[in-house]
Write a protein that binds this ligand. Structure first.
Ligand SMILES: *Cc1c(COP(=O)(O)O)cnc(C)c1O
Length: 421
């Protein structure tokens, strides 16, 4: 569910007509709904209920300061995957004790940053990382709280590029070697082992892989405790999928996911962390674009939009589907026709959808991409010297630009030309 609905013939974000935002900021732009962000965060709160828990928003899905500040105000912690995201979380006022640091390639500088600024835990992914983190912590006279990310070797049955829990994936340590690796961690002077971490992939539309992985984590918890380790926290990762194609998908609900968690690990007396990104931010955002041209090709018609793959790369990168709808409500029963919906970038991959049925579209019409709040703006670039597009946040009948479009001068002046050129 989200808060983007037609009212009086115009799609609104909460109480704001998208046409008003387009008139003020120009297209293309991203727009987020505060009410949807709130609702999705609260669905997870309700799903975990009275289990001791912290929901750490995966900032890599959407790291705008206004978005994370809003989620933090609801009680969210943050899951960060770089020093930059860590600093963004701190800048939004998130205390170190609510920030978890994930990722397979943390540098010594990033470790220092988090150890001095405060950190809830590092989710460590390899033995060399453990060694380095211990060394950095000892140098700082600190102890780094850690979980170790185990790779449970389960197939998340999702897109290959976002499956992370199979043995061939680069993430975590094989669960079969966990006891040995925990023993090493316990012997390192700069580390304090506090738990186990697992994250098997993204856009999961089936609960079974979670159930299998979490059962393995429960079994491992018993083994590690028997080996003398303190396991007081389980970080269960993110990954719950969303309905990108509303007409034919209904992924599991957070409440059902919560039941899997309670059933598999709820009895262990551990504090539970989850790291949802997409499910909180995905359907809280739209990408709004204008139609530059309608081009009649041979046997197919193209809608050429002012948004492109540099603004929303998911279709080009993952073959991802986004529902694409006109901002002005089509008349009921309007006949549909297939279009290839493309951007202006000089790559055939700059195609959002092929042969997509749409009501009639003409030059200048506004088009909205649904489910664009996650892995949209954060993955955008300025390829073809197309400025990063603005992000707008709506709350009720108010809206604000939360990231402005840079000027061409801003872009050009970022380069410097050495005197010897
Ligand atoms: C990407 C990622 C997440 C978030 O995944 P979603 O599918 O957006 O929920 C959480 N944890 C880790 C370690 C990740 O890499």
């Amino acid at each position: 569910m989200d808060h983007f609905l037609y009212r009086n013939g115009v799609m609104h974000a909460e109480d704001v007509p998208l046409t008003d935002i387009a008139a003020r900021v120009g297209t293309p732009f991203y727009v987020y709904s505060t009410a949807t962000l709130t609702r999705h965060f609260q669905l997870f709160e309700e799903a975990l209920g009275d289990l001791p828990h912290l929901i750490c928003f995966a900032m890599k899905s959407n790291s705008n300061q206004a978005v994370i500040k809003h989620l933090a105000s609801l009680g969210a912690g943050m899951d960060v995957v770089s020093g930059g995201e860590y600093l963004r979380a701190k800048a939004a006022g998130v205390p170190g004790e609510k920030i978890v640091f994930s990722g397979i390639g943390k540098t010594a500088d990033e470790m220092r940053l988090a150890l001095t600024g405060g950190i809830r835990q590092f989710n460590v992914e390899s033995e060399p990382e453990m060694q380095r983190l211990s060394r950095v912590a000892v140098e700082l006279g600190a102890k780094a709280p850690i979980t170790i990310r185990v790779n449970p070797d389960v197939d998340a049955k999702t897109h290959a590029k976002i499956a992370t829990g199979r043995s061939e994936d680069k993430f975590g340590i094989p669960i079969a070697r966990a006891r040995e690796v925990y023993a090493l961690a316990a012997s390192l002077p700069g580390l304090e082992v506090i738990g186990i971490d697992v994250h098997i992939g993204s856009q999961l539309t089936d609960l079974e892989p979670f159930e299998i992985a979490y059962n393995k984590v429960a079994e491992l918890t018993h083994q590690l405790r028997a080996d003398g380790h303190t396991i007081s926290r389980l970080d269960l990762g993110g990954g719950l999928g969303i309905p990108y194609e509303r007409s034919n998908s209904a992924p599991p609900l957070p409440i059902e996911y919560g039941e899997v968690i309670k059933r598999t690990v709820g009895h262990l007396g551990c504090e539970i962390e989850i790291e949802p990104g997409r499910l909180i931010s995905g359907n809280a955002g739209l990408l709004v674009a204008s139609t530059i041209y309608v081009k009649n090709g041979e046997g197919r018609d193209f809608l050429i939009l002012d948004a492109a793959m540099n603004d929303l790369i998911r279709p080009a990168m993952y073959g991802a589907w986004h529902d694409i709808v006109p901002v002005l409500e089509p008349t009921p029963g309007a006949e549909q026709a297939p279009y290839d919906i493309v951007g202006p970038v000089c790559e055939s991959g700059d195609t959002f959808a092929k042969q997509r049925n749409m009501p009639p579209v003409k030059e200048g019409d506004l088009i909205a991409f649904r489910s664009a709040g996650a892995y949209g703006a954060v993955m955008s670039s300025e390829y073809n010297t197309r400025p990063l597009i603005p992000e707008v946040l709506v709350k009720g009948d108010q809206f604000a630009v939360i990231r402005a479009r840079p000027s061409f001068d801003d872009i050009i002046n970022r380069d410097t030309v050495p005197e010897w050129v």
